[in-house]
Design a protein around this ligand. Structure first.
Ligand SMILES: Nc1ncnc2c1ncn2[C@@H]1O[C@H](COP(=O)(O)OP(=O)(O)OP(=O)(O)O)[C@@H](O)[C@H]1O
Length: 208
């Protein structure tokens, strides 16, 4: 699905990764691990096209990403480590706005997605009045809406309570069963029912 070849990235004169190659296939969960500052967020930002601070090649279904950008952005959902919602908008308005920007957010209705993330009754509340975990849930409602096969998730469990974590793990399991793929970072002990999680340790690909 996604293939990375000879990736090199340097930040502040420190090499985060060099000669770094890997691939992620359909029905796979890859967990990027490594100590604080090892480059996990940097890697995910490169993979989702938000950073060009690298050299190397990235292929989407065998085609160089630069030649396939539009199709790739339709096929990939990125959820960053912040809630990613506008505080002045309600949960419903935030999701409506996101759906305008991303046509792959079409799998269910906003009402259904908000129900799935436990925000029934909070649809009309401006997000700045929601708790940190509730704001995170608004951002994660995109996972229920998304029909993109590749999910790139940076610390998706931050601020979620235990039940919220369990529900997201089940959602990821369902996505994998449907043939999707997930690449994520988390410091949480991931438990995806029925799924082997492939770790990639950035501490082992770093160059001193
Ligand atoms: N925009 C930037 N400009 C310069 N350096 C950066 C930039 N973004 C990140 N870095 C540096 O790159 C290194 C890796 O940062 P990154 O956020 O990718 O680490 P991480 O593995 O995600 O860390 P954590 O586990 O703490 O979230 C850090 O030393 C950071 O200071």
């Amino acid at each position: 699905m996604l293939e990375v070849k000879n990736l090199f990235c340097e930040r502040d004169e420190r090499v985060l990764f060099a000669n770094f190659s890997f691939q992620i296939n359909a029905a796979e969960v890859v967990q990027i691990i490594g100590q604080n500052g090892s480059g996990k967020t940097t890697l995910l930002r490169i993979l989702c096209g938000l950073s060009d601070a690298y050299t190397g090649e990235i292929y989407w279904h065998g085609v160089a990403l630069d030649d396939e950008r539009e199709q790739y952005f339709q096929a990939m959902l990125y959820v960053g480590h912040l809630a990613g919602v506008k505080g002045s908008l309600t949960a419903e308005e935030n999701l409506r706005w996101m759906m305008q920007l991303d046509k792959s957010l079409n799998k269910c209705t906003i009402a259904e997605a908000l129900k799935q993330v436990g925000l029934c009754g909070f649809e009309d509340v401006p997000c700045h009045s929601l708790s940190a975990g509730q704001q995170r849930r608004v951002g994660l409602a995109r996972l229920y809406l998304s029909s993109a096969p590749l999910w790139i998730l940076d610390e998706p469990f931050t601020a979620l309570d235990k039940q919220g974590v369990k529900e997201k793990e089940a959602l990821i399991a369902n996505h994998i069963q449907e043939g999707g793929a997930v690449i994520l970072t988390t410091h949480h002990d991931l438990m995806i029912p029925g799924q082997i999680i492939r770790p990639i340790n950035l501490d082992e690909v770093a160059v001193a």
